[in-house]
Write a protein that binds this ligand. Structure first.
Ligand code: TRP
Length: 447
């Protein structure tokens, strides 16, 4: 249904929550969190990550949702409208631009990894029997350096994503998440119970929850902050756009708290599903990006093949519900500016993401563009660096600065309708803690 402004709206708080949690919960939780926690030595990293989610991510999440709802437009439209209402420079709309473009860039490589996951469902059907470290590594490398397979998988993943976005907020996004999110939750719970019973649950709990701070370097602390932002979908347009479909009667603070809780709960559940297997089969928890694609298949080979099929299916679902939130901001903007039919816009932007993503897929070492390096990084890493280390921290910092210092306190209070004491805490966090903490991370990330 269109709102008073002609802009679309969520049909209920429940569908909004599913969509927002769907955006937040993704490869960041199930693929990135376990391997970063694994590399970071476990418990201490997890603790720091959770502290960042609630002390810095949550206030920013509230800020971003409130800007979106107040603007009722795409991130670019909302930011320029609000800046004008507040008598501030039009330049603040750059924050919207960075969100829309950043989301598009992330989409272009997120969907490449999404394609890998999709392909691994197929692999899982043939089974991972007899996989050892060498075989599983070789299979993965052969796949990602193949000139065509990853491209087809990437195209298929994007096709699903744009198919959902093309149908609009209520006809596409809501329908997809009301089916996919409960499925994701049940699957994850099932896998967690299964690996808890059949593998080494105690070792996983010990690894994830007993902090050993000696393993926590400064670098890992920064990584934990980056991950908290990435996993909450902050600062790249997704959350602001989802906020713009909110009606005024919804309590943003409460919703944001639930989103952050669900997001970290899923990360922990994913850890509790994956690490029992890693320890029971004596695998290395610090296997970096390969944890899900090369380490787990070794164990999957010794389990009923349905476990692996369900695992990669679950990962695909989580990735799709996040990818739609990466495509939505750009589609919303172009639709708003040009009035062109949403279906056409989704296809055009989806195609553009396909082309840009193909460069990342081919840019894997050993592949045809594998020698192309910018600042010594392959194409996928350049995009990751630009978005994760530059656009996300800067975007988050300026969102906090805008709501804390440039928007009037009265307007923020009205929009958020928080209790006085909660508002004071939040206001303190966005004015001081968020900009300083994110600024510190930003500086240390680029130097
Ligand atoms: N949060 C998602 C994940 O954990 C990815 C994602 C979706 C995202 N939208 C975003 C990350 C916006 C940063 C910004 O996988």
């Amino acid at each position: 249904m269109a709102g008073a402004t002609g802009h679309q709206q969520w049909s209920s708080r429940w569908t909004f929550m599913l969509a927002a949690v769907g955006s937040a919960v993704g490869l960041g939780n199930i693929w990135k969190f376990p391997y970063e926690a694994g590399e970071g030595g476990g418990g201490a990293f997890v603790l720091v990550y959770l502290a960042f989610v609630f002390a810095i991510g949550l206030p920013c999440l509230i800020a971003e949702l409130s800007l979106g709802r107040r603007g009722q437009l795409s991130p670019i439209g909302s930011m320029s409208k609000i800046a004008e209402e507040e008598g501030r420079s039009k330049l603040w709309s750059l924050l919207g631009w960075s969100g829309v473009l950043g989301g598009f860039i992330v989409l272009s490589f997120y969907s490449v990894v999404g394609g890998w996951v999709l392909y691994y469902i197929v692999e899982a059907f043939t089974g991972f029997e007899g996989y050892d470290a060498a075989k599983s590594g070789a299979t993965f490398t052969a796949f990602i350096t193949d000139p065509t397979k990853p491209i087809i998988a990437h195209a298929a993943f994007l096709f699903i994503t744009l198919g959902i976005v093309a149908r609009g907020v209520q006809g596409g996004l809501e329908k997809a998440v009301t089916f996919l999110m409960p499925a994701l939750f049940v699957l994850l719970l099932g896998l967690m119970i299964y690996s808890g019973i059949t593998a080494d649950f105690g070792a996983a709990v010990n690894f994830l929850f007993s902090p050993d701070f000696s393993k926590l370097t400064g670098d890992k602390v920064l990584q934990a902050l980056g991950l908290s932002f990435f996993s909450l979908s902050l600062a790249l347009g997704s959350i602001m756009t989802y906020g713009s479909y909110l009606t005024k009667d919804i309590n943003i603070t409460r919703s944001a708290f639930t989103i952050a809780t669900a997001d970290s709960a899923v990360a922990l559940m994913a850890g509790l599903a994956i690490f029992p297997i890693v320890f029971a089969y004596d695998l290395n928890p610090g296997q970096s990006v390969g944890l899900v694609f090369t380490t787990l298949p070794i164990a999957f080979g010794q389990m009923p093949s349905i476990v692996a099929i369900l695992f990669f299916f679950l990962l695909t679902v989580a990735a799709v519900t996040s990818a739609i939130s990466l495509l939505e901001p750009a589609v919303a903007y172009v639709e708003e500016r040009t009035g062109i039919d949403r279906k056409k816009v989704a296809i055009i932007i989806g195609l553009a993401a396909f082309v840009l993503g193909t460069l990342s897929a081919w840019g894997q070492s050993g592949n045809m563009l594998g020698d192309v390096k910018l600042f010594g990084l392959d194409i996928m890493s350049v995009k990751d660096y630009l978005t994760n280390n530059i656009m996300m921290p800067l975007g988050g910092m300026f969102i906090a600065i805008f709501v804390g210092w440039f928007a009037s306190r009265k307007n923020m209070m009205e929009e958020l309708a928080m209790e006085d004491s909660t508002f004071k805490i939040w206001y303190f966090l966005v004015r001081f803690v968020c900009p300083v903490a994110i600024g510190a991370v930003f500086v240390s990330l680029i130097i």
